[in-house]
Design a protein around this ligand. Sequence first.
Ligand code: SF4
Length: 386
Amino acid sequence: MAEETQKGLSEVERLYRDYGVRTRELKNQGERIIAYFCAFVPLEIIAAAGFVPLRIRGDVNEPITKGDVELETIACPYVRSSFDVALKGRYGFCDGLILPHSCDSIARTYSVWRYVLGFPYSHFVNLPHTANSSSMEFFKEEIKMFKKSLERFAKKEISDGDLARYITLYNENRKKVKALYELRKQDPPLISGSEMTKILVAGLSLPVQEANDLFDQLLEEIKKREATKKKLPRVMIVGSTVDNHDFISLVEESGASVVVDSLCIGTREFWPETQLTADPLDGIVDRYLGRINCPRTYIERKKGDTYQDDLERRFGDIGMFVRDYNVDGVVLYMYKYCDPFGFEIPARKAYVDSLNVPVLYLEDEYLSGTTGRLRTRIQAFLEMIE
Ligand code: SF4
């Protein structure tokens, strides 16, 4: 009986620990797999072309060795780790690779990925850095080219109906993630931050319908839980891509409940939905360029805006989550050499200060061995907000 009530969570553990296990199974059954990076590759188009998308992850437990022979060590450690494990063959079974122009660490290394790894198919999604009407027009042309290039590789035309079907499926996926996050609003939350990270990562390695079925099962299982833990300080993590549970577990082991985030594998990715528009590409362009709140996309300061207005426009989602999830403290967690987030630290910190919520800034490598040294600072912060 206990096994039955944990079926979804056991599956999450399997998918998280042996990342890509299900896509390898599908590959053996004749499916074609496309590996992709970051939150800016339109998954709806990959799936509509008949491929299974697999989000590229790094590995915090694997020292970067081979990767550093090919890439500069001053690049983002998450990108370097992902490249290192790719070089060691972890994504060798994939049929293609797609990288978007998210940040310099991804854009400037695309040619190295392409040249060294030699996937049968590769494509670079050229995403502009501003979200005004002319860049939307430009991006629509880019998306059309991307669609055509995938159609050529798939030897299949993608119809508007195919796109609409996958837009609906991915929106369902995002809604189910939001329903899981709802279970964290309780105090104490029904689901921990580290469990949530594993669930999201596991979902990113599955075809969307399978991820939706898994999330339904998890919702059923977790809703039956009884809150037994004691109430702890409620913490929000703000940063870029956290695709492993190590840091979040460290914060929780130090005496907090991680209840919400502004992370790439988190609310940044799963909150915006794709509108079903007459031309489905319009909804896709609008979501990926206009709705994902990441510092890689420049948000213009409006004439007459005060500094606080500007902060609200750029970071208002953090304020919304702080209020909705009753957050006691915010941890800004950044990777070394992550320029887009690094440049914004003073402004993000000023915004959280303006909410009168305590904030802790931490910079880390992307390596589990270095995370433990942050423990004392996290403990001191939690003592302060208790
Ligand atoms: S962590 Fe920062 S530098 Fe690295 S890929 Fe993400 S945005 Fe780019």
